[in-house]
Design a protein around this ligand. Structure first.
Ligand code: ADP
Ligand code: MG
Length: 367
C-alpha cells in the first residue's frame, strides 16, 4: 500500500485499543476513552463448542453453569491457551466497538510477551473479520509503560511492574525497546487461591473464588496492617457441611497473601539485578511504576519502596494502563514510528547510528 494512502487513512480512521488481559479486556476508542471493560471470559456450549456469550454475561455463569455449558478463561495463565475462544472474544468486542463506523478502524491489541506468531495470526484474523483495517500488536509491558506515563523513547531506565490476574509482567525499557523483561505466571488469582487455602487450613472454612477476591480487595495488604474492621462472608464449614457466615480479620488475609506477594518482590529484585547499571541508576533515582489490578493492594507500593530502597508509585487507573498506552501509541507518530518502523526508516536509523557512532543503541531496540 502506498505511503500517501497510509497516512491519509491513518488520519481519518477510527482508532481502537484492546488489552487482552488474563482477567479483563478493556477497550478504548479514540474520542471516547474507555468504551468498556469486559471480563476475559467465554461461555461455550459443551457439546457443540459454539460460543454462547462473552464478557460479563459469561462471567456471571462461572461456578453456576450446568454441564451443558463450559465457561472458559482463554488467557488464564497469561498465554493464549485457547485461541479459538480468544478469537471469538476479540471478534465480538471489536464488533461492538466499531458499530456504525464507515471507515475500517486501526486496531492495536496488547498481548502477553509469550504470544506466538500462530496466536497473533489467529487474533489478527479475528480482528480483520470484525472489520479492522490495520492490526498492530504491542507487548502488554510496553503499552503499560506508555499508559503509565513513562518516557520510553528516552535513553533512560523506565521500569514497569504490571500485576494482572494470571501474570505479572516486569520490564525495563529504554530507547523504545525492552532491555529486560520477565513474565511471572502468577498474579492476583494466586492471591485469591492463597486466601482460600489459608481459611481452609486455619479455620476449616471453604469459600469460593469470588468471595476470596472480595476479601483480598477489602482487606488485603502488604507490610503493616491498616486497621480495617473484619468482613463477614458466606462460606461452608468443612465439619458441619453447611453454609454459614464467618468473620474474617484483616491479619488473616495479610498473612495469606504475604507469600505470593513475596514472590513478586523477589522477581522484581531479580530483574533489577540483571539490568545494566546505568539504567539501574535511573530507576533508583526516579523509581518504578506499578500497574494492573494488583497494584491497588494496600501498602504494596510503600513496602516495595522500603525493601528495594527506591521510589515506587502506582499508575493512575492501573487496570487501564495497557489499553490507554495502546491508544497513545496509535495517536502519537513519534511512538508509533519508533515501535513500528517501516523498512525505510529502519535503514535510515541504521545509517545514522553508524554515522554518529551510536550503534550500541540498537541492542536496546530489540522487541
Ligand atoms: P489482567 O491484565 O490480567 O486482565 P487486571 O490488570 O485487570 O488483570 O487485574 C485483575 C486482577 O487485579 C485480579 O486478580 C483482581 O482481583 C485484582 N484487583 C482488582 N482490583 C483490586 C484491588 N483494589 N486490590 C487488589 N487487587 C485488585
Ligand atoms: Mg494486564
Amino acid at each position: 500500500m502506498p505511503d500517501a494512502f497510509d497516512s491519509i487513512y491513518a488520519h481519518f480512521a477510527p482508532e481502537i485499543s484492546i488489552d487482552l488481559g488474563t482477567a479483563n479486556t478493556p477497550v478504548f476508542v479514540r474520542g471516547h476513552g474507555v468504551r468498556f471493560v469486559e471480563p476475559t471470559v467465554v461461555a461455550v456450549d459443551s457439546s457443540s463448542g459454539e460460543v454462547l456469550t462473552v464478557g460479563e454475561g459469561a462471567r456471571q455463569m462461572m461456578g453456576k453453569a450446568p454441564r451443558s455449558i463450559t465457561v472458559i478463561r482463554p488467557l488464564r495463565n497469561g498465554v493464549i491457551s485457547n485461541y479459538k475462544y480468544t478469537e471469538a472474544l476479540v471478534r465480538q468486542l471489536l464488533d461492538r466497538a466499531t458499530r456504525g463506523s464507515l471507515i475500517p478502524p486501526r486496531v492495536i491489541i496488547g498481548v502477553p510477551g509469550s504470544a506466538t506468531d500462530v496466536e497473533r495470526k489467529a487474533v489478527r484474523e479475528a480482528a480483520i473479520g470484525a472489520g479492522a483495517g490495520r492490526v498492530y500488536f504491542v507487548q502488554q509491558a510496553i503499552a503499560a509503560a506508555v499508559g503509565a506515563g513513562l518516557p520510553i523513547l528516552e535513553p533512560h531506565g523506565n521500569m514497569i511492574v504490571d500485576i494482572g490476574g494470571g501474570t505479572t509482567e516486569i520490564a525495563v525499557l529504554s530507547l523504545g525497546g525492552l532491555v529486560v523483561a520477565r513474565s511471572l505466571k502468577m498474579g492476583g488469582n494466586r492471591l485469591d487461591e492463597a486466601i482460600m487455602a489459608h481459611l481452609r487450613t486455619t479455620r476449616g472454612v471453604l469459600i469460593g473464588e469470588r468471595t476470596a477476591e472480595q476479601l483480598k480487595i477489602a482487606l488485603g495488604y502488604y507490610g503493616r496492617p491498616r486497621g480495617r474492621a473484619p468482613e463477614r462472608v458466606v462460606g461452608q464449614d468443612m465439619r458441619a457441611l453447611r453454609p454459614g457466615t464467618f468473620e474474617v480479620r484483616e491479619e488473616e488475609i495479610g498473612s495469606a497473601v504475604a507469600e505470593p506477594l513475596g514472590e513478586i518482590v523477589d522477581a522484581v529484585r531479580a530483574v533489577i539485578e540483571v539490568t545494566p547499571p546505568e539504567l539501574v541508576r535511573d530507576i533508583a533515582d526516579g523509581g518504578f511504576v506499578l500497574a494492573g489490578g494488583g497494584a491497588a493492594i494496600a501498602g504494596l507500593a510503600e513496602t516495595l519502596a522500603l525493601v528495594l530502597t527506591m521510589p515506587v508509585r502506582v499508575a493512575e487507573e492501573p487496570m487501564l494502563c495497557v489499553a490507554r498506552g495502546g491508544a497513545q501509541i496509535l495517536a502519537d507518530p513519534r511512538l508509533f514510528n519508533a515501535l513500528y518502523p517501516t523498512p525505510q526508516s529502519r535503514i535510515g536509523r541504521w545509517l545514522r547510528s553508524i554515522r554518529f557512532g551510536m550503534s550500541e543503541n540498537s541492542s536496546y531496540s530489540s522487541r
